[in-house]
Design a protein around this ligand. Sequence first.
Ligand SMILES: Cc1cc2nc3c(=O)[nH]c(=O)nc-3n(C[C@H](O)[C@H](O)[C@H](O)COP(=O)(O)OP(=O)(O)OC[C@H]3O[C@@H](n4cnc5c(N)ncnc54)[C@H](O)[C@@H]3O)c2cc1C
Length: 264
Amino acid sequence: MYDFAYHKPASVADAVKLLAADPDAKLVSGGHTLLPALKHRLNKPSSLIDLSGIADLKGIKKVGNSIVIGALTRHVEVATSDVVTAAIPALAYMASHIGDVQVRNRGTIGGSVSNNDPAADYPGAVLGLGATIHTSKRKIAADDFFQGMFTTALEADEILTAIEFPIPEKAGYAKMKNPASRYVMAGAFVSKGPMGVRVVINGAGPGVFRQSAMETALAASWAPGAVAGIKQDADGLNSDIHGSAEYRAHLVGVMAKRAVIAAG
Ligand SMILES: Cc1cc2nc3c(=O)[nH]c(=O)nc-3n(C[C@H](O)[C@H](O)[C@H](O)COP(=O)(O)OP(=O)(O)OC[C@H]3O[C@@H](n4cnc5c(N)ncnc54)[C@H](O)[C@@H]3O)c2cc1C
């Protein structure tokens, strides 16, 4: 690791000031993605701004017809939350399948969504439920937030503070995981509710995307058979040592069908 300064602000306002004052600063939440990057010298921030002391960024609450989850909420807290399980069981299920126990005990929803790893689970659920991302400056619809591999609409001096999930009528998630890391090879998050019918694919491509042919089919008939015959084009999907683009395209159809079965 390189040397860096370390700050632990107690409020979002103080964290924003520190971030604005240093263009080479990095925010850290759970550190499960950032710290390995620092150890491998892939990142060289001049200072780390540790968000873990900001109480306002923690917690899960039901607000009207939505569930609002603070950015610092860890995966294990979402997985075991009675509020999330009662309102959006597919979200609790998804969180319970991220990585392993150590990852779920350290990793946060804010860190995962800000990082937007193409193989991560949360971006699928956030876009699949049509969530709204709250930041230190504004609110951003999930449809406008994810902009491709490791890229989001967040500006350099902006902090993700919470995510607001509208409660769906039905939702389901299925993923084929990498057996070593549990990261997503291909996953599908489906939902029907106030944000319409959504089918979102994660892991398979360089970023999460909506599968519009499957959305149209499910809007006409919400049944596993509706998506079964729809083929995903392999063009533009990821191809690596874990699987070819054609394999991932096949998995998209299988995972979408399983996700609809899970949604009921
Ligand atoms: C072995 C292993 C297996 C894993 N398996 C999975 C898996 O199966 N599925 C999965 O989805 N993930 C997996 N992960 C990733 C894990 O979920 C991480 O927790 C997550 O990617 C990042 O969350 P974090 O809180 O640790 O973020 P950090 O590492 O603290 O930060 C990640 C990035 O986000 C930025 N950031 C952090 N918080 C904010 C904020 N509030 N606002 C703006 N920017 C912010 C940081 O500056 C940094 O660039 C795995 C990780 C490991 C180490």
